[in-house]
Ligand binder design. Sequence first.
Ligand SMILES: Nc1ncnc2c1ncn2[C@@H]1O[C@H](COP(=O)(O)OP(=O)(O)OP(=O)(O)O)[C@@H](O)[C@H]1O
Ligand SMILES: [Mg+2]
Length: 525
Amino acid sequence: MFSMSRIKDLHVIQKLEEIIGRWFQLDLVLTDEFGKLPSHETAGFKYYSYFFKMLMSSQQGRQVLQEDIEKGIFALRESGLKSVDFHTSFPFVKSIISVVSFDGGIIGYVVGFCYTNGLFTNEDSQKVVQKLMQVGFLVEEADLCVKKLSKLEIIQGEYLKELIILYAEEVTTYQEEIVKREQMINDLHSEVANKYRYHQMIGKSQRMQEIYKLLEKIATTESTILIQGENGTGKELVAKAIHYNSPRKDKIFLAQNCSAFNDNLLDSELFGHVKGSFTGAIKDKKGLFETADGGTLFLDEIGDTTLSMQVKLLRILQEGTFLPVGATTPKKVNVRIIAATNKPLKEMIAKGEFREDLYYRINVINVTLPALRDRREDIPLLMEEYLERKCKEKNIELKTYSKKTLEKMMDYTWPGNIRELTNEVERLVVLAGDEKLITPDMISPKIIDKVGGINATSVSSIPGVNINGKMKEALEELEALMIKEGLKRCNFNKSRLSKELDISRASLIMKVDKYGLDKRIKKVS
Ligand SMILES: Nc1ncnc2c1ncn2[C@@H]1O[C@H](COP(=O)(O)OP(=O)(O)OP(=O)(O)O)[C@@H](O)[C@H]1O
Ligand SMILES: [Mg+2]
């Protein structure tokens, strides 16, 4: 848990070792929480005790010392004290042990090995010599050991105990310091890391930092928010971040694409209906506002709403109540509205396409997201993130971009913003096949063409894709991506998209079903 060599460098520890060494001719050993004797090389002793030095230098001697530590730990447990002296494997020879605790647990032991008291006789010393010889020492060596054995008076023993407890406390203080510093480093680290992300959002650019700050500020407000930005700039992601950072986070987040509304069924969709209120109303149905009660209703593509829808929205925003179709009593709900659009609402107001009063109702707080080309420094970060995600999703080894690939991608203007970038990364992962390195020749011709450079025809040979099996998968992935993008572009109008893609409507519907792409209403709760 702690670094022995670093502890030994501490001034106080060095001083204590020196005092104990000089006064008592003893060396202190710091063990781990299991009482393991440190190795000869790592212990860093100056060796004030000849007896201990000799034992440490032989394998058998070290084994005896290890057994003695276990005896000491046992004696400590029995006593319930912080520090005790105990009998070693050598007759009349004692050692002293103290526990090092931290945060309610044991993290190690300090042991001062081998001393005896002033009453040690010649006869006693013979017994110790014999034991030393059993451990493998020659008689002369054993004699010298005993002769140099530290002999302590009772009062000295008491001082020693106090000093050893002090030593153990110093180690604890040091440990506390380390934990505090680690905490500080972790805090700093997460502060730095946070600057690169906010919820699911990534970006370290100044523009994104400002967005994060704004989102943090509005986290606890209940105000209506309007999110503006080009296609694929992350409007929905921001809406979710606001919801999941708000007191409503445990309630529903209901996303509704406003362009998908059919004016005939508008009232019923927004406010619900009661059974029998019109042909086809076979049972009561909750409308969007009721479903979202307590949570957040995300009105996406608010710029695509018809004027009649705008009137209805305005009314509910002003009054907070609504009347389900066929009902006689109005309902009241508590819903937070977040709206988003890529349309220039102000211009639409001037042209009479969007109601000014609704605009001011929803635009209480405005979040305008920057285009990706206006925060280019985030491109590599986003590319890395999505590469990692896509490789993980596909359960394949992480690929890397060549430097040139990164450069080419940074040069492009990304009209489809992050969505276009994520699609391109997915495409690159598919096209790279077994290749680990993603090279510029794999980049979409449209990107390369726009930035100048490689001719589009060079992509007709695609590296890394072979004819068996994988080609089919790659094509299917591209097909799914094209349909997914197309659906958004055409506001889920399948007739329009089938014309654009030059396939039959029936075939498009089958494919939408196959790839599970028909998801206009997304419920996240
Ligand atoms: N800052 C970001 N960091 C990481 N991923 C992002 C970021 N912004 C957007 N994305 C990703 O880009 C894609 C598009 O984001 P989102 O759907 O939120 O954009 P949008 O503005 O709502 O697009 P549209 O106008 O087309 O509806 C999503 O996959 C989203 O996860
Ligand atoms: Mg969106």
